[in-house]
Design a protein around this ligand. Structure first.
Ligand SMILES: *[C@@H]1O[C@H](CO)[C@@H](O)[C@H](O)[C@H]1NC(C)=O
Ligand SMILES: *[C@@H]1O[C@H](CO)[C@@H](O)[C@H](O)[C@H]1NC(C)=O
Ligand SMILES: *[C@@H]1O[C@H](CO)[C@@H](O)[C@H](O)[C@H]1NC(C)=O
Ligand SMILES: *[C@@H]1O[C@H](CO)[C@@H](O)[C@H](O)[C@H]1NC(C)=O
Ligand SMILES: *[C@@H]1O[C@H](CO)[C@@H](O)[C@H](O)[C@H]1NC(C)=O
Ligand SMILES: *[C@@H]1O[C@H](CO)[C@@H](O)[C@H](O)[C@H]1NC(C)=O
Ligand SMILES: *[C@@H]1O[C@H](CO)[C@@H](O)[C@H](O)[C@H]1NC(C)=O
Ligand SMILES: *[C@@H]1O[C@H](CO)[C@@H](O)[C@H](O)[C@H]1NC(C)=O
Ligand SMILES: *[C@@H]1O[C@H](CO)[C@@H](O)[C@H](O)[C@H]1NC(C)=O
Length: 798
């Protein structure tokens, strides 16, 4: 029995490997599988390929790529919003003329419409990738049953028509291929338009929306054929009379018309530059990107400078709503009491304009009148007051929403923002506008985990009745199940994870690097740290995790996230090793060891201590807020703050606690207590939700320790032998301050670390103590954020 199955499998394996080792342009009645990189169609001219494309860690989409550009360009995607995982997923041609993409559970993720069997013969089906980049499913008579050109993603290729049935939808970001907020389509009036479809609103922005008649933009509403086409030589024409020529019109090359993630429609040409082929913009719909709606979200201002590019800022009194996505805009930090008309006032925003959302509109009115109109309405958030040159008077537009705001030196008119009287004193946070910059690079991780094999098995047996095709796939899966019992040491199996700087090491390499794990330089949460010399002679700190029961997929997911974090005040991770139960992390090595080891030596004068305080705060602020992934450290203490040769701090051991994303920082994922006694915030003890404020608390204790030289856990304390609780350190400091204030004596002298021998900047050390005491507030809402800590410390320097 076993043997007969084995032979059956063997013979199936052979047929499968025959049919799938093709790099042909045509697939006949079989399937393409995600495990085999060679399982792809290549167009006859070798320029396009169709196959599974990695979009994240173990996440794949079926895509068509143009291979000629220096990095392959995705021109089409089947399942852009639902990637499948890297084992068992297949694209198959079904006998009824459907293409079906199934995931590892055998569930259809993406399908084409079934062919009309009454009028079509569906024998001898062939899937062919043509030289134009069109993937076509046709029957033996060459009749097209389905083609990718009919359902574009975010790009049109030459000869690919945009019709009333199709549209282009931008991707989320340069690295995130899922559907974004912008759409190019034929509107109900036959005009080709661009639409912003945001989380809270949508609005048309091209052609210019203030032109009430499309005719003013040269568009026609009368041709109902709704057809747009890009020609090979760079000429684009649409049935609404819109047309343009590429700047390199006439040149024969590859082109694509793409609706980019920033909402701009651009035509690209492939041009040879210094030996490599790269995309060059040869036409774009907008030269001023701030005129694209929704780009900065509500309650914000967009400004554009050709040199520095586009910039979003929150309005005065508003704060960024979602740190990961500007399209959510900003939210007010105040509320306007509505019936007290005298309690709000207006702030002028020169040369600023907000589009749409007018409550009403008044011609030729005074500023006073316009202001009163706004004050009379609870829902008025400000008004536009513009001089109209043609008519010679001012117009007034009170607004109930502040959308698509932009500021430009060419705009004639000002906006008056309504704020509560007290709101006039809101200070702007200077670096607010830059906070999101890293999101462009650090796109959200897409991870597909492997499904539970028992469930998979049952499902497969339920579907296995379905003939040859299914049996073949089953075979692949059984085969994989067997091989997957042995951890796959092939580093390319997780290839997408690897970047140039961040690499996967083998266990052997690391054993050699550490000379058999000889030199221990530290023991910390979850593992032991060894000193080692890598094959390229770099000195590294190698952390060997205690036998973690974490699965490989989760481990890799976390490691790849940590590996992407990059900041001058964070320790740099060079790589990792994951082989069965061996899980190791490779970090840069710090000559000066940790703050803990140096804190009680006179090596650290007040200047260094202050710099360490600022640097540590910056590193933690980056972990908490600046990038997409929100990482809580959960174990901030002097042992985890390492010092480089210039005594600049680098925060270590971050990311080993669970990574939480802002949207799901639900405290149930923190069932286990973390951290170190003496540095732990009260939330851990009282079982309250765990937020970034636990790190703020620990940081506050570290500050007190740096100023006083006294350890909260009593290990390094110079006091009498008894162990000191952190409460007592905090209480101690507070007591000295109270006594000092009462007797008008300097309290800092009483508490400062005697190792400084009285040489210190009184103002700075007092500042550290003041900030520290705010950080260790019992109520986490009273503690500042790490960003605010940085501002308090730096703000003082100026
Ligand atoms: C692209 O095409 C070239 C030549 O046809 C080939 O050598 C190369 O392997 C292809 N690259 C990919 C990623 O398919
Ligand atoms: C309508 O547009 C199509 C496609 O651009 C064009 O072929 C046709 O001539 C147009 N019809 C009229 C009446 O302009
Ligand atoms: C594009 O160029 C061709 C050839 O020079 C010209 O006939 C046509 O009018 C141009 N179209 C546009 C929209 O500029
Ligand atoms: C190509 O080389 C020229 C000079 O060798 C240089 O000025 C130019 O920036 C290079 N272009 C690109 C895209 O690298
Ligand atoms: C304003 O409204 C609040 C609640 O709606 C009410 O309690 C208060 O008396 C009102 N004040 C005036 C001056 O009308
Ligand atoms: C604007 O209003 C002023 C005062 O009401 C009036 O004198 C003037 O004629 C108006 N201008 C126009 C163009 O209507
Ligand atoms: C994003 O990446 C590009 C190239 O990889 C780099 O030039 C740019 O500085 C990066 N931006 C940020 C904010 O890190
Ligand atoms: C898989 O699922 C089955 C049934 O749902 C469950 O009994 C089994 O423990 C699961 N196995 C794993 C490894 O999660
Ligand atoms: C800081 O601590 C490290 C590790 O113990 C030690 O090697 C180094 O000498 C210390 N630095 C100073 C200046 O004492």
């Amino acid at each position: 029995m076993d043997i007969s199955i084995f032979f059956l499998l063997l013979c199936l394996l052979q047929t499968l490997s025959l049919s799938s080792s093709n790099t042909l342009d045509t697939l006949r009645g079989t399937s393409l599988s995600v495990e085999k990189p060679s399982d792809k169609l290549v167009s006859e001219n070798g320029e396009f390929s169709a196959g599974f494309f990695p979009v994240g860690d173990n996440a794949f989409c079926f895509a068509i790529l143009l291979n000629k550009s220096s990095t392959p360009t995705v021109v089409w995607m089947a399942n852009r919003d639902e990637p499948v995982n890297g084992r068992g997923s297949v694209l198959s041609i079904f006998a009824d003329g459907q293409l079906i993409l199934t995931n590892s559970l055998g569930i259809a993720i993406w399908t084409t419409k079934a062919a009309d069997l009454t009028s079509l013969e569906v024998t001898n089906l062939q899937l062919q990738l043509q030289n134009t980049g069109n993937l076509v499913l046709h029957n033996s008579k060459g009749i097209v049953i389905w083609q990718s050109f009919d359902s574009p993603s975010d790009s049109l290729l030459p000869q690919q028509a945009l019709t009333m049935m199709s549209s282009l939808i931008s991707r989320k970001s340069q690295d995130d291929y899922s559907s974004g907020n912008y759409k190019l389509f034929f509107d109900n009036d036959n005009v080709l338009r661009l639409l912003f479809q945001g989380p809270t609103m949508s609005s048309l922005y091209w052609p210019d929306p203030w032109l009430t008649d499309p005719g003013q933009a040269g568009r026609s509403m009368y041709n109902t054929s709704r057809l747009a086409l890009l020609h090979d030589l760079g000429y684009f024409e649409s049935s609404d009379n819109f047309q343009f020529n590429a700047t390199d019109f006439g040149v024969v090359t590859h082109r694509r018309l793409t609706l980019d993630p920033d909402g701009n429609l651009r035509l690209y040409s492939l041009q040879k530059m210094n030996g490599s082929w790269d995309w060059v913009v040869t036409w774009q719909a907008f030269s001023d990107p701030c005129r694209i709606h929704g780009i900065c979200g509500p309650n914000s201002l967009c400004s554009y400078d050709p040199v520095s590019g586009r910039r979003c800022t929150c309005l005065q009194g508003f704060k960024l709503k979602d740190q990961t996505d500007w399209s959510y805009g900003c939210e007010p930090e105040f509320s306007i009491p509505c019936n007290h008309t005298d309690e709000s006032s207006f702030v002028q925003l020169a040369r600023a304009e907000f589009y749409g959302s007018d409550m009403f509109f008044h011609q030729n009115v005074t500023f006073q009148f316009c202001q009163e109109q706004c004050l009379n309405r609870c829902d008025c958030n400000g008004f536009q007051y513009n001089y109209n040159e043609g008519s010679g008077y001012y117009n007034c537009y009170p607004k109930y929403l502040l959308m698509s705001g932009h500021q430009s030196p060419n705009f004639v008119g000002d906006f008056y923002l309504r704020l509560p009287k007290a709101g006039l004193f809101y200070s702007k946070i200077p670096d607010d506008e830059f906070k999101l910059q890293c999101s462009a690079n650090l796109s959200k991780q897409i991870i597909r985990t492997y499904e539970n094999k028992t469930v998979k098995l049952l499902l497969w047996f339920a579907t296995a009745v379905g003939g040859m095709e299914v049996t073949c796939v089953l075979l692949v899966w059984l085969f994989l199940l067997r091989t997957s019992k042995h951890p796959n040491p092939d580093p390319t199996s997780q290839g997408y994870l690897l970047t140039t700087k961040f690499k996967r090491f083998t266990f052997d390499e690391l054993r050699k690097a550490t000379r058999g794990f000889k030199e221990v330089i530290g023991r910390g949460a979850g593992g032991t740290v060894y000193k080692g010399v890598l094959p390229d002679q770099r000195v590294a700190a190698i952390k060997r995790l205690d036998e973690a029961n974490q699965g490989e997929a989760e481990f890799l997911a976390e490691v790849s996230t940590i590996g992407m974090l990059n900041h001058m005040y964070l320790i740099e991770m060079w790589g990792y090793c994951a082989e069965g139960k061996h899980k190791l992390l490779v970090y840069e090595y710090m000559e000066h060891g940790s703050l803990a080891e140096n804190i009680s030596s006179n090596a650290l004068d007040w200047k260094k201590r202050f710099e360490i305080a600022v640097g540590t705060a910056k590193g933690l602020a980056y972990l908490h807020e600046e990038c997409l992934e929100w990482v809580l450290h959960c174990d901030v203490k002097p042992q985890n703050i390492l010092l480089d040769s210039n005594f600049q701090p680098k925060v270590a051991d971050f990311g080993l606690s669970k990574l939480v994303s802002r949207s799901m920082n639900d405290h149930s994922s923190f069932s286990r207590m973390r951290g170190t006694r003496g540095y732990m915030a009260p939330e851990w003890i009282y079982n309250l939700p765990i937020t970034s404020k636990v790190d703020v608390y620990s940081y506050g204790i570290v500050l007190l320790e740096m100023v006083t030289g006294k350890s909260p856990s009593g290990i390094h304390t110079s006091d009498s032998g008894e162990t000191r609780e952190h409460k007592r350190l905090v209480t101690l400091v507070k007591e000295y301050i109270n006594i000092g204030t009462a007797t008008r004596k300097s309290w800092i002298e009483e508490i400062i670390d005697p190792m400084m021998f009285g040489k210190y900047d009184k103002v700075k050390m007092e500042l550290l103590v003041k900030v520290a005491l705010q950080c260790v507030a019992e109520d986490r809402d009273e503690r500042p954020s790490m960003n605010q800590v940085v501002e308090m410390l730096i703000g003082h320097e100026d």
